[in-house]
Write a protein that binds this ligand. Sequence first.
Ligand SMILES: [Zn+2]
Ligand SMILES: [Zn+2]
Length: 624
Amino acid sequence: MSSPPDEPPDNTGPSGESNPADSEIEIYRHSSAHLLAAAVTELYPDAQCGIGPPTDDGFFYDFLVQEPFTPEDLRAIEKRMAHIVKQNRPIEKKLIPKAEALDLFAKKGQTLKCELIRDKAGDLVQCYTMGDFIDFCLGPHLPSTGRIKAFKVRESASQSYWKGKEGNPSMQRIYGYAFFTKEELDQHLHRLEEAKRRDHRKLGRELDLFSIADETGAGLILWHPKGGFIRKQIEDFWRDEHLKGGYDLVFSPHIAKIDLWNTSGHTQYYKANMYSPIDIEGVEYQLKPMNCPFHITIYKSKLRSYRELPFRYAELGTVYRFERSGVLHGLMRVRGFTQDDAHIFCRADQLGGEILRVLDFVTMVLRAFGFERYDIYVSTKPADASGTDPQWEVATAALKEALETRRLAYAVDPGEGTFYGPKIDIKIKDSLDRAWQCSTIQVDFHNPARFDLEYIAEDGKAQQPVMIHRALLGSLERFFGVLIEHYAGAFPLWLAPVQAVVIPVAEAHHEYARNVADKMKSAGIRVHVDDRPEKMQYKIREAQVQKVPYMFVVGKTESADPKVELVSARHRHAGDLGSATSLSDWIAKIARFSSERAVSEGEVPMAPRSGGTGPQPVVSGGVR
Ligand SMILES: [Zn+2]
Ligand SMILES: [Zn+2]
């Protein structure tokens, strides 16, 4: 991940678009941007129009105005847009000689448009009209405003700078959503609401999972006890599965001599993401941005034979990468994170088998967390790459073959491989159909050569091994963020820091409640007794807010018979599960869900998931 340069060259069209709109939905959304500009200039004749490109879910338009738009203004603008739609005004292309166009826009007080025409137009200026409203644009557009069926203006405008440059006039940016149908628009608005409700930063606070403190620094995560517990569960599972899967666990330090990064090429190719070196007794050390060179050094510590290969070194390795403060985002974009990293050193003839093995491992691990749907990409050779064409071909073919063998659909991302080799990227789809980049499998010819890696082949000659870099979850921080949002904080039983709360109805039942909790604890269930002097309903509500899977209420009825232990059960999603039910049955059930790592609690209905019309699931092979 490299950060974009501060001032990208301005190749955009007059509406701020990177290309003329070419897909139907882009044309639709771009036309909606003009609709917005028409409404604004009709209601506020002094408003100057800036740019107005389509976006992923609609459009925006920037305006230079004396007073910021209020929510009432925005509602009036939306109303005016609806009115123009109703009028079904034609949207017509006009080619106007430059001098004439400049004159026309100047007369309308559109100074910024004149600037754009001077910057970007040829001798003939392509304009589009929508009734009296005229705009300078590459087009194309819908034939008339009546074609726009479903749009909505966002509740508040935001600020931007003219041409994106600080110091330039401050513009009011109005965003809108636009879809072909009302139904699609409503679904989108619902998903946005859901995403807000599930925001991991909000839930992280409410559930006391993690924080980022001013005192410690931006982009650096503090895992609180509950978040820490979930991380332990993830790590335990991860380590156990790696040992079962033929990996060795290794550990490496957070700093190393800078020479190591010179050899790996990171100081050359990756400098923008690295922190400044640290001087230790006159020698430069580097805070690690990656774990690879450490695992390579372990490989190199002995002479290796073809019989021993492959070596699979796995590490939950914490790395530090520079990110500008402006792009940091909760757990998703941070400056220090723990990669669930591994490096496989194998013979060329083992490459295909190893890739397949990693692929099976990825899908097994992701399924354990409830992720069954993926968008998969194979990235091929970039222009500036190390390694020979035949090497790239073999490795790329091996990656594709593994996916095809497992009947996993993928798209090719041409030229998007790393400089050292091709890769598979797996984006997991969450419950809102959003795709998150997590897993990656990368083939590498570059580092084995840079570090002179060898093994002794059957004929006694030294050969170079192939390296595979892979991460399943990507980064623990980011994956945790995805998990929080996917489950809206209601983690599956095996991850939930607290699995059950026992709620005594009155003080007389405290002892019985503790007895119930002790029974559960001895079965390995994470339970606590809420014996605060509060009302039962209040305690239930609180456990509910904390998304505790089970609540067991105990009172007179439940504790009546000393020979049979009874509880009244509630579930965080399903609500009441029946009064005076058998404690031992519940213990057996919870212990089973937990040990099986069930992603939902069996017959109990889960929280309603929002439907979505996003991309359909890819074919997933039966790889478990
Ligand atoms: Zn346009
Ligand atoms: Zn690596």
